[in-house]
Design a protein around this ligand. Structure first.
Ligand code: ADP
Ligand code: MG
Length: 318
């Protein structure tokens, strides 16, 4: 198969009335809805760094899209368009069919159109650039947390990190826990519906991808505030909690990566509405701390003792 057979037979298949020019020209032209701002983000996944090189092509497709969609969720934006740049060691028809099958299934589930990209030969690498829309001026930022805000997080944390330790043989789980954690690592489900519900409600938001404590640090720095984080309130899958050690329950949920949950702050007065937003989007949300004055992040256990972590999250060059 040639590069162009791949592009035109595998990739150019979607219709979108807001795409004036799609795959096949030097650049795509899209028409955003009137009254909306555009959000842009880009995330790269490299084999054996972000996914196992021998992972199922369907799982790779799922993840490469999900991590990008999660960035739109963090902005409260609706994902609309993506560009996909990819390097493949070879164009293997069976591999690519499976990859593209899941990619397009996922794209259509979110209402996203693939509008372009680049294809080259090389070590298996993917980069998606995603474009989303958010009502004018409403995009959620990291810099808007205020003293007195509650800190919230969606879903259960630490499952992907637990699964990674399972893959590396550093932890063993009962079958049902292993299945849930593995699914969360391989096929994260970004919180788009919750993100949209949080517009006009949350002050600051971001997605948790590199470890809760590290990512919360980004909000604190951007907002020039401090926080109290209640470690024992961080939601963990009950069955995972049951089979984990105290040490694992400090590490996986607090500093493990790949959660793709939403971390956000909101005023106390919005508590009822935040819970309603969770219900409306079918997403569990939990209150895990509060924003305070200063710049320090204090992590406390249920007895009020301070916890010190060796590692707060993932850093490619750390
Ligand atoms: P150019 O030479 O202008 O870079 P190419 O010949 O590389 O364009 O690509 C032809 C068309 O195919 C372009 O519209 C480009 O956006 C699209 N394309 C190439 N690779 C991909 C890909 N992996 N996913 C989506 N579209 C792609
Ligand atoms: Mg060109």
């Amino acid at each position: 198969m040639t590069e162009f057979e791949f592009i035109y037979n595998f990739l150019a298949k979607q219709q979108d009335s807001d795409v004036l020019l799609g795959i096949g020209d030097d650049a795509a032209i899209v028409r955003p809805h009137a009254g909306y701002d555009l959000c842009f983000s880009s995330d790269m996944l490299i084999s054996d760094r972000h996914f196992f090189a021998d992972a199922a092509p369907a799982d790779i497709a799922h993840k490469v899209l999900a991590v990008n969609v999660s960035d739109m969720a963090a902005m409260g934006a609706m994902p609309r368009w993506v560009l996909l740049s990819a390097a493949f060691p070879e164009l293997n028809e069976v591999w690519l069919s499976e990859f593209c099958g899941t990619l397009f299934e996922q794209l259509s589930q979110y209402g996203i159109t693939l509008i372009g990209g680049d294809t080259t030969r090389g070590n298996l690498t993917f980069n998606i650039t995603i474009v989303g829309e958010v009502a004018k001026g409403q995009g959620l930022r990291r810099s808007s947390a205020r003293v007195g805000d509650d800190i919230w997080v969606s879903g259960w944390l630490g499952m992907a990190a637990a699964a990674l330790d399972g893959f590396w043989g550093k932890a063993v789980f009962p079958e049902n826990v292993w299945r849930s954690c593995r699914e969360k690592l391989l096929r994260p489900v970004p919180r788009v519906a919750l993100g949209c519900e949080l517009l006009m409600l949350a002050h600051a938001a971001q997605d948790v991808s590199d470890g809760l404590v590290q990512d919360l640090g980004h909000i604190l720095k951007a907002s020039k505030v401090g926080a109290e984080l209640w470690a024992d309130c961080v939601p963990v899958l009950p069955a995972l909690r049951e089979c984990s050690t105290v040490e694992q329950l400090r590490v996986w949920p607090l500093s493990g990566g790949d959660d793709y949950e939403l971390l956000f702050t909101a005023p106390k007065a919005a508590r009822e509405q935040i819970l309603a937003a969770g219900e409306a989007s079918n997403t569990p949300v939990a209150r895990i701390g509060k924003i305070v004055e200063g710049t320090h992040l204090q992590i406390l256990d249920h007895a009020g003792n301070e916890i010190h972590l060796n590692k707060t999250g993932f850093d490619h060059f750390g």
